[in-house]
Design a protein around this ligand. Structure first.
Ligand code: ZN
Length: 407
């Protein structure tokens, strides 16, 4: 079986590095005879990679490394991912495939707002654009005035951004009344959980078709999957990696179609191969063939991170469920924040949402509606608080929706 052979070769190669040599000590490649055997191999988690700092993952001689990237942990030691020439090339090939899947061609002008530097975002978007033969406009984040001016002057046709930055730009373009000078046709939005309402707002305000691109620094970077014109599910480039969906609590492999955590094993990575790496992204695999005819398997839009799931008074809350619930209420915008506090022996959940209504009496009745809907759909009481449009922070990176102040 080709997949199993590829997996075994990748494990064997990974054991050239100090980290996996130690982790898999005593294991023989010959012991992995079936996919079931493979599925018994321990997972690799981000915390494990911190132990490998700085170069414990390195599976080739030093001189073959042409670049490093790093993913910042929320706390403590970063993770260093070394890339060979082939890794950098493979990543660009996958990224080019993403652009092509989104119908982007060499005549497009690709406006890149994700950051450049140690993290993988900006440079991945750029390498893919150049390989495609399109024109990259390497803006990086920030300086909204300059972003919009360049977008107008360079006639950018594709915007690459996080969903919250795309929303901010859409709002600024609207505010300045320059929409008729904007040439954007498509938005390639870096994978993060985002609700339908936000998607509709960005698409509507910018007048673009939106594509969801997936990836993470540990596995190349963004560009390892994207949705096509037929559906919101993302095709995954499984000629470069193998993925599984597991129960984040028990670690058990889940049947096709069930929601769980995405786990990835690289098949061709030279510099820093990863075996059964836990992404902490929550999704499900989408069964069946896509109407577009591409045979690459698909995962559904991310519904959040397994570490964002919060439990309040016995109810499990995924940010995506809050997105859904708010998007059904008239007068509530797509921006919200949840604060969880522990006061007088009790967990209190406060939900801040933006509205165009005047704050005071007009917004107070909307707060009641939100509280009722929240109780009905999530199963617990909340305090809803309306704030004016633009009051909640927009972020150039992934936005944080839930602030848990209990611990
Ligand atoms: Zn498709």
């Amino acid at each position: 079986m080709k997949l199993l052979d590829d997996i075994r070769a990748s494990i064997q190669h990974a054991m050239n590095g100090a980290f996996y040599r130690k982790r898999f000590a005593g294991m023989e490649i010959g012991d992995i005879k079936t996919m079931d055997d493979f599925h018994k191999i321990p997972y690799t988690d981000k915390d494990d990679l911190r132990d490998a700092y700085p170069m414990g993952l390195l599976a080739v001689p030093d001189e073959r490394i042409v670049r490093i990237h790093s993913s910042s942990g929320t706390t403590g030691t970063p993770v260093i991912i070394p890339y060979t020439q082939k890794d950098v090339g493979d990543w660009a090939i996958m990224f080019k495939r993403c652009y092509e899947t989104a119908g982007i061609t060499s005549i497009d002008r690709i406006h890149i707002t994700p950051g450049y530097g140690l993290w993988t975002a900006g440079i991945g978007f750029q390498a893919g654009a150049e390989l495609l033969g399109a024109m990259a406009i390497p803006m990086g984040p920030g300086n909204t005035d300059k972003q919009i001016q360049m977008m107008i002057d360079m006639k950018s046709t594709v915007l690459c951004a996080t969903s919250s930055y795309a929303l901010l730009l859409a709002e600024e373009i609207e505010k300045r009344g320059v929409r008729d000078q904007i040439f954007l046709k498509k938005g390639v939005i870096g994978s993060e959980r985002w609700g339908d309402k936000m998607r509709r707002r960005i698409a509507g305000e910018l007048g673009v078709e939106l594509y969801d691109i997936y990836g993470l620094t540990e596995i190349y970077g963004p560009g390892i999957g994207i949705n096509c014109e037929c559906d919101s599910a993302m095709h995954m480039w499984t000629d470069y990696f193998y993925y599984e969906i597991i129960d984040p609590k028990t670690g058990d492999l889940l049947p096709e179609g069930e929601m769980g955590e995405l786990v990835i094993t690289t098949l061709r990575k030279e510099g820093a191969p990863l075996i059964r790496y836990r992404t902490h992204d929550l999704t499900r695999s989408v069964p069946g063939m896509c109407a577009c005819g591409r045979e690459y398997p698909r995962i559904a839009t991310l519904i959040g991170r397994s570490d964002d799931m919060v439990k309040v008074r016995g109810a499990i809350i995924y940010p995506s469920r809050v997105d859904e619930l708010l998007s059904a209420i008239d007068g509530v915008s797509s921006e919200y924040q949840i604060m969880i506090d522990h006061l007088n022996g009790r967990d209190i959940l406060t939900l801040f949402f933006e509205t165009e209504l005047q704050i005071g009496a007009p917004s107070a009745s909307l707060e009641k509606v939100v509280e009722n809907e929240f109780r009905q759909h999530i199963g617990i009481a909340s305090r809803a608080r309306a704030v004016s449009m633009g009051e909640l922070p927009r972020s150039e990176k992934k936005s944080t929706r839930v602030f848990d102040n209990r611990y």
